[in-house]
Each structure stands twice: as structure tokens, then as C-alpha cells.
Ligand binder design. Structure first.
Ligand SMILES: [Zn+2]
Length: 497
């Protein structure tokens, strides 16, 4: 192990010395791995996986935090980026699912300046038989979006991604995943080279033959793939409207050409890069079935999340709630959900968010909502595979003024629903113990806010057992019982199973 670590550090030390020469945004060591060299030398020895049926491969997401619990990436950005990753990989037949989300309160990982720190982060926290992805704020230098840590055979041990490059429109995750599955940059050899692109390129860069613009030496030059055109651009670049680089490069013969910005393994800016070439796809598929079989476990079934599946419970539709420092939101749990994002806004469009919070459970207490306001809220659930945005229907609620007192009535000593949970088909009963004679108003609503039962009654002091004779049958779900008088309101939740 020690020898492997020393070798690792030699790879990265020699690589980092070239970083200073040219701005980088991916620190995965350059070059073609021994596996890819052998594959490209004898492609006929490898199966053509045209009818590749696809596997969902497990990804363990590690989110680092600083001492103030600031997270390197928000769950909103993470799930958006994971959605994009699966979209970018869809043509390959390879798809991913989030096996788990782990939090690491490690300021030293969160902003790390040395590859050595990442060596210990990845060695100490990686889980077996999964692709381990570590999100950090700073990956060695500001501006670097990520890298794979590789062993002496250039096999990835795990990857580090910067939170700032993780979002719905960025192919950074797919780029690093491309490295994970053996792909070099389309400009392989040019990493760290400073070159005047107005002059003809040399025959060799970093001992790698330079690919000619007519592709005549494509299988032994550049990235070794003949369906990725010549590309020498080793810094971030913007593509023109046609997706090509705006400025010209000159190959060793003096012929000029532009780079193809659609290639994910290029350094073209977000919005340009969106695809792998067929030969890159074939290499990744073969790499998976020969080098990463351990990722192909038992198939797991994930169901797509549908908006009409998501039922909000509290606050109910158009509910007026008393002012409280912490308002507890509740919704119905969704089978197989990995987590939920709760969004609260003053606007029904959610264009500006008051709160955007993540929870693993089907409820969340939220601080900082203000009195005398109407808010809108919605839930975005996701499971391991389906992380693209799917929202519940939004619901409004109002928070009453601070002076409005909606406490529980003082002359109501006990309010219980019996039994709770209520078996399907049974009518609920309520037990009330009142202290003074009073007029009461009882309501029962479903999670959508529809009233199923309303009754006014005058009660003498004492214990009262009331059977709620509800016309419609209660289906499984959550219901809200409220008992009001002029002084206040008491609310109880009823679960029907
Ligand atoms: Zn890269």
C-alpha cells in the first residue's frame, strides 16, 4: 500500500508542476491507461456491445462540510447534477443511482490544497463496490472543477468534484465519470502545454503524437479515438453557435481546423459539451464489463416519481396558522424516496425562494417565516435513480399576526382521536375533556384540505366520547381534526392505515 501511495504521489507531483504552466479545470492525470492502450490496439478482441442492456451502477455521494456545517454542495444542485449525469450517459446504456448520501464534517477535506489530503479522504471513507464521489468546496485550487484520484495503472480510486461546478447545466460530473471509465481528454497530450495556436503544432506534445486535422494518424495520436476530431485546446473555451471553437488551430502540416465543443471530454464550456463519441461509448462499456464488474450487482428497481403521488399534509391548503418560531411541515412519505427538498416562497412561481431545505424524513421544522404573510410551499422528492425535478402541486398558507392568539383553548383539558392509527373501514371516535360549558366546532379535513366532517355542539364540563359519523369512507392517509371555540383551536393528526 505504501509503495502504491508513493507512486500515486509521483504521478500527481509531476502532474501538478505542469498545472502552474497552464490553467486547468480538471486535475485527472493525463495519458492513456494501460487498459485503454491494449483496447485501442486490438479493438477486434473486444465484444461490440451494441445491444448493451444497461446497468444501474451504485454511487456513494460524500458531502464535505466545514466547521460551521456549510456544505460543499446543496442537495438541490446535487440532484440536478445527478439528473444531468444520467442524461449525459443515457446513450451509453450506463446509468447510475445514488446508493447513499454521507456527510463528512471535515474542514480539511472541504477546502483541500494538497492531493495528499484527497488520498487519505478517499482511502478512509470510500465504500466497496460503489463509485465514490466526494464533493468539496476547493479541490486543490480555486477554479478546479474536479479530478479522479488514480492508481499506478491509472485506474480511478474515486473522484472529487467542486460544488461550484455541480448544477443542472454542467457536464463536469459526466466528464469525470468519463475519466473513471478510462477516457482521456480529447486533447490528450496537450495538458499543461503553452502553445501559440497561430503556428503549426509540433509532431509530439508530452511524447504523445499530435493528431492531424484530417484524422490520418487518429488511431495512434491524441486520445486514440478516430471519431473524436483533433483538439489541442487545453484551457476553458467557449463554443460558437455551430458548437465549434471560435478560433483556429493549426496541425503539424499547417492545415487549420476548429475543435468540436460537443465532446464531453473536451474543455469546452458548459452548454457546449453534451456527448461521447460511439468509440468512446464502446470503450466505456468494455471497460465496465472487464474492469468494473464489481459495480454490477443485483439489479435494483426504481420507480419514477409522479407529481400526483405527492400529498402535502400540513399546513393544509389555504390554512391560517398561528405565528410560531418553528413551523413544522408535513407530507406523506413516498415509498423508496431517498429524500425530500422542501421549498417555501412568497411567490406561487417559486422564482425567489424563502427556504429550500433538505430532509431524509417526511416532515421538517422551518425557522424564520414571518407573520402576516401568505406563503407557498411544495415538495420535491427523489429516489436513488430519479433525481430530476418533480414537484408536488404547490399549496398556500398564511401565518397570522404575532398578536393573534391561536393557542389551544384553556378549557379543553384533553383531545384525543381513538384509535389512532385508525384501521381502514372503522369510524374514528374522539375523546374530549372540557372544564367549562362552551360551544365547540369540530372539523375533519383530508390532506388536500377538503372538509369531510363538520359539527357544532355545546358541551357541559366533563368527559365526552363522540363518534364521528362520516359519510364518505376514509381512505388510507393523513387527516386533520380541529376543535375550535372563541378562544382558540386544537389540532390533532389522524392516520388511517
Ligand atoms: Zn478531465
Amino acid at each position: 500500500m505504501k509503495r502504491a501511495l508513493i507512486l500515486l504521489l509521483i504521478i500527481y507531483t509531476s502532474f501538478l508542476s505542469s498545472v502552474e504552466a497552464q490553467e486547468q479545470w480538471c486535475l485527472t492525470p493525463s495519458g492513456i491507461s494501460p487498459w485503454l492502450k491494449a483496447y485501442q490496439a486490438n479493438p477486434q478482441d473486444h465484444p461490440t456491445l451494441r445491444s448493451y442492456s444497461g446497468w444501474d451502477l451504485p454511487v456513494v455521494v460524500h458531502i464535505t462540510e466545514d466547521q460551521n456545517r456549510n456544505q460543499a454542495v446543496s442537495i438541490n444542485d446535487l440532484t440536478n447534477a445527478f439528473c444531468k449525469l444520467n442524461q449525459d450517459f443515457a446513450p451509453t446504456g450506463i446509468q447510475f443511482y445514488i446508493k447513499s448520501i454521507e456527510y463528512l464534517v471535515r474542514p480539511d477535506y472541504y477546502e483541500h490544497r494538497q492531493i495528499q489530503t484527497a488520498v487519505s479522504m478517499i482511502a478512509n471513507h470510500s465504500q466497496a463496490n460503489a463509485i465514490n464521489v466526494f464533493f468539496v468546496k476547493t479541490a486543490v485550487e480555486e477554479g478546479i472543477c474536479g479530478y479522479n484520484l488514480v492508481d499506478q495503472d491509472r485506474k480511478s480510486l474515486g473522484m472529487t468534484l467542486a460544488g461550484s461546478c455541480t448544477n443542472s447545466f454542467n457536464s463536469n460530473w459526466a466528464h469525470e465519470m468519463g475519466h473513471y471509465f478510462s477516457l482521456p481528454h480529447t486533447f490528450n497530450g496537450w495538458e499543461g502545454i503553452i502553445h501559440d495556436y497561430r503556428t503549426p503544432a509540433p509532431e509530439l506534445v508530452n511524447n504523445v503524437p499530435v493528431e492531424r486535422s484530417d484524422g490520418s494518424n487518429c488511431d495512434a495520436a491524441g486520445d486514440g479515438f478516430c471519431d473524436t476530431p483533433a483538439d489541442y485546446l487545453n484551457g476553458r473555451w467557449f463554443c460558437a453557435e455551430d458548437g465549434a471553437s471560435s478560433f483556429l488551430q493549426m496541425d503539424p502540416t499547417g492545415a487549420s481546423f476548429r475543435s468540436d465543443g460537443s465532446m464531453i471530454m473536451s474543455y469546452a464550456q458548459d452548454g457546449c459539451s453534451h456527448k461521447f463519441s460511439p468509440k468512446q461509448i464502446s470503450a466505456m462499456q468494455n471497460y465496465l464489463v472487464s474492469e468494473r464488474v464489481n459495480l454490477m450487482g443485483e439489479p435494483i428497481t426504481f420507480s419514477a416519481i409522479r407529481p400526483n403521488q405527492i400529498r402535502l399534509v400540513y399546513p393544509a391548503m389555504a390554512e391560517q396558522v398561528g405565528y410560531t418560531e418553528r413551523l413544522r411541515f408535513e407530507w406523506e412519505r413516498i415509498d423508496g424516496a431517498l429524500g425530500y427538498i422542501l421549498e417555501v416562497s412568497l411567490l406561487p412561481t417559486f422564482a425567489v425562494m424563502e427556504q429550500q431545505l433538505f430532509t431524509f424524513t417526511a416532515n421538517l421544522s422551518v425557522d424564520g417565516l414571518r407573520p402576516n404573510r401568505t406563503y407557498y410551499w411544495r415538495i420535491r422528492p427523489f429516489n436513488g435513480k430519479y433525481t430530476c425535478p418533480v414537484y408536488s402541486i404547490e399549496q398556500s398558507f398564511s401565518i397570522l399576526g404575532q398578536t393573534t392568539n391561536i393557542q389551544e383553548p384553556k378549557n379543553l383539558a384533553v383531545l384525543r382521536v381513538l384509535p389512532n392509527p385508525l384501521p381502514l373501514g372503522m369510524q374514528p371516535a374522539i375523546e374530549m375533556v372540557t372544564i367549562t360549558k362552551d360551544n365547540w366546532f369540530l372539523t375533519l379535513r383530508n390532506a388536500a384540505g377538503q372538509y369531510l366532517y363538520q359539527q357544532s355542539l355545546t358541551l357541559m364540563p366533563g368527559q365526552h366520547d363522540l363518534l364521528l359519523d362520516i359519510n364518505s369512507k376514509l381512505t388510507p392517509g393523513i387527516y386533520i381534526l380541529q376543535v375550535k371555540n372563541r378562544k382558540g383551536v386544537a389540532t390533532r393528526k389522524l392516520v388511517v392505515q
